[in-house]
Design a protein. Structure first.
Length: 473
């Protein structure tokens, strides 16, 4: 058996290094500039060395720029042959099995990307004791930096390869990669906004893209916004490492089934088309619906039109991308659009309908172990781990039975009366009701109610007297 039949083909490896070695050089120069060089850079040359808890505090934004772009660029260049017909025919005409060809390109890319990371860590370790270093850190911090950047690089490379196997155009591949990397955080934020507008008392109404609860689902948001303050935990690194292996396994499986003729097509596998169309439609509907709902509050006609416009724009855009033409109008398209619109409409409507019982749900007294009522519940449980408050670590719940029952009655009155806070005629105040249940769960609701005496409905809302400083805070 000749060497060309091994999984690791040295000829392809050398060819990739000659043709794409500049990617590794740029990555190495970027990391060397962002970390080792910055150890000796300071606006004040007389400043004393500063102790840091991790190396991402040193030019973290510059590090993030190279980490989030170079691995993706490496995939776009190394696997460019999958997205163009002539290179695809040429490479697949070689006397190599597809898994051998794929392994050679995969190994080339990982070598080009991981060697610069390890080189940078080695340089930092060597120059750490040099005079003129403005930062104090431990050897373990270097290891932590090296492992973190290696796993993130591995994940972004493997994920980009998987997307490349599923698509047939390099430009579309790059766009989809970054959309999918940021999509979880954006989608969570849009869903929170959707639920907050239509579910009375919905908590976390102020959730946004920068909340840590959202950003943990998006490596892009985490790297861009949180890298310098909150690096990845060991658990998150394990998850990304496992996901990288999973994407590689799926890439091997799909590559064997991918037709060479799919080069140049938007989606390489037809069974991904429904998912692609539904995903684009859903995002467009949420964006347009939330926009019209915020601009034209209480005008249901405008709100429904917003969701309809979003559905049309999303479906037409997805269909044109898949077909690579703007001439898409057929009877089949109209019928397919109607099916998607009904299914996605139900998906958005059912969670905010009365079927879920969310708005009227008030726990019974025997299931409650503690309760909080006030305007500062978020100070006890900030959604951003970088944001600290004096109340963090304190127990906000009050366990007096009489007070619990009084809060329950108030809650039942609020969900019955449902005072409208959109009117400018009265003054309203915001408060949170939070229940600590016996089974360990929490039930949280947020409301706006008119201040005492501001209108007739407020006379029916009897605010229980606060009998503890704990419930006042």
């Amino acid at each position: 058996m000749t060497r060309s039949h091994y999984y690791f083909n040295s000829s392809i490896f050398r060819q990739n290094f000659r043709q794409h070695g500049w990617i590794g050089i740029i990555y190495a120069l970027g990391l060397l500039f962002a970390l080792p060089l910055q150890l000796f850079m300071s606006n004040n040359p007389d400043a004393k060395p500063q102790e840091i808890d991790h190396l991402f505090r040193i030019a973290g934004s510059v590090q993030a720029l190279f980490i989030i772009t170079i691995p993706v660029a490496a995939v776009l260049f190394l696997f460019r042959y999958l997205q163009a017909k002539s290179p695809a025919d040429l490479w697949h005409s070689l006397p190599l099995r597809r898994e051998h060809l794929f392994t050679a390109h995969l190994t080339s890319g990982l070598t080009l990307l991981l060697l610069p990371v390890w080189l940078t860590a080695g340089v930092v370790d060597v120059i750490k004791p040099w005079s003129g270093n403005f930062y104090i850190f431990q050897g373990a911090d270097i290891w932590q930096w090296c492992i973190t950047v290696s796993i993130l690089t591995l994940f972004l490379f493997c994920f980009s390869v998987f997307v490349g196997i599923c698509t047939g155009q390099s430009i579309l591949q790059g766009i989809i990669i970054y959309i999918l990397l940021i999509l979880p955080a954006v989608l969570i934020s849009l869903i929170h906004s959707h639920l907050a507008m239509y579910l009375y008392g919905y908590a976390n109404a102020n959730s946004n893209l920068h909340d840590s609860n959202s950003q943990i689902w998006s490596p892009f948001v985490h790297i861009v916004y949180y890298f310098t303050g909150k690096p990845f935990t060991n658990t998150e690194l394990w998850i990304y490492g496992v996901l990288a292996l999973l994407f590689i396994g799926l890439s091997y499986l799909l590559y064997r089934k991918r037709n060479t003729e799919k080069a140049g097509q938007a989606i390489a596998f037809g069974y991904f088309n429904p998912l692609f169309k539904a995903g684009v439609m859903l995002c467009a509907m949420l964006i347009a619906g939330n926009y019209f709902a915020q601009m034209k509050q209480q005008q249901m006609g405008w709100v429904i039109s917003g969701y309809a416009i979003g559905a049309i724009i999303g479906y037409v855009a997805a269909e044109m991308i898949v077909r690579k033409t703007w001439q898409i109008m057929t009877r089949k398209v109209v019928a397919e659009f109607a099916v998607y619109a009904v299914m996605l409409g139900l998906l958005l409507y059912i969670p905010v309908s009365s079927v879920t019982g969310y708005e009227a749900r008030v726990p019974s007294g025997d299931k409650i172990s503690g309760v909080y009522m006030g305007a500062n519940y978020r100070l006890y449980t900030p959604t951003d781990d970088l944001y600290t408050t004096p109340y963090m670590g304190q127990n906000p719940f009050f366990d007096d039975k009489d007070y619990i029952e009084a809060v329950r009655k108030l809650h039942q009155t609020v969900v019955t009366v449902r005072p409208d806070h959109t009117s400018r005629q009265y003054v309203y105040e915001y408060f949170t009701l939070a229940y600590q249940l016996e089974n360990g769960d929490k039930l949280v609701r947020e409301y706006w109610i008119p201040k005492k005496g501001s209108n007739q409905s407020s006379k029916r809302l009897r605010i229980p007297k606060l009998t503890s400083m704990k419930s006042i805070i």
